[in-house]
Design a protein. Sequence first.
Length: 268
Amino acid sequence: DASMRVRVRLARLGTRYVLLLAEDRTEAFRLDEVRRDFVANISHELKTPIAAVGLLAEALNQAADEPLQVRRFATRLTTESGRLSRLTQEIIELSRLQAQDSLTEPEIVNVDAIVAAAVDQSRVTAEAAQVTIALGKKSRAEVSGDERLLVMAVHNLVANAVNYSGDGSRVGVGVRKNAGVVEISVTDQGVGIEEADLDRIFERFFRVDQARSRHTGGTGLGLAIVKHIVQIHGGDIRVWSQPGSGSTFTIRLPEAPYPAPAAIGDTP
Ligand code: ADP
């Protein structure tokens, strides 16, 4: 029990003991509420694809001697099971991220390489949607963090930029260093986001347009995952958007100390 552990540790702090314990309990209650909400949302979100899989299996069974129908139902079955698998992966990822507030073993990572990997992962989807991704020039920026998570964060932004854009439009991805801050921005010429929705898009399972998000295979967790990744890296994320013109998402991370401070005894 977490509050018991805190109680033992705080016992040495004398008079401040009661106050700090109360604070911790409030935080524990809040986290518990967050967890309960998340579980309720998950059950709700899983219901639709699970029901669809059941219905499609049933339909397949009944259409057994109509090859065309069989193929149609089988294709939809693949789509729905893909959605379920993505959803469960992202739920696991997000619940892990929610349980940590910093990185245990950060490493120095090259931001240009991260951005290139994230863009590569979106190439196929972008080509299918006839969206061009333009990568800016190299920044040579480095940050301290987890490479896999950072690629995931940038990839989620690029995938959204592609998904919420029209055929023939352009997505720009750039990195710049500015006074000890590394900025990674992803700009699209897509549908944009109404001001009233700007705060909400980072919430779990929030989508401006349910139908469109379902159509593109979105889970509604992408930006919540990005927000958590950025937070545990000590950064933040900003969004600028104009409905009808497009959006720019900017991740800002502290630049890794560079050049590294010389170790004591090193010759200059
Ligand atoms: P989803 O899986 O639905 O894309 P996200 O968490 O990635 O979930 O995004 C939440 C919602 O924010 C999306 O459903 C969409 O309405 C909106 N959104 C995200 N990125 C963009 C973008 N680049 N342009 C317009 N709307 C966006």
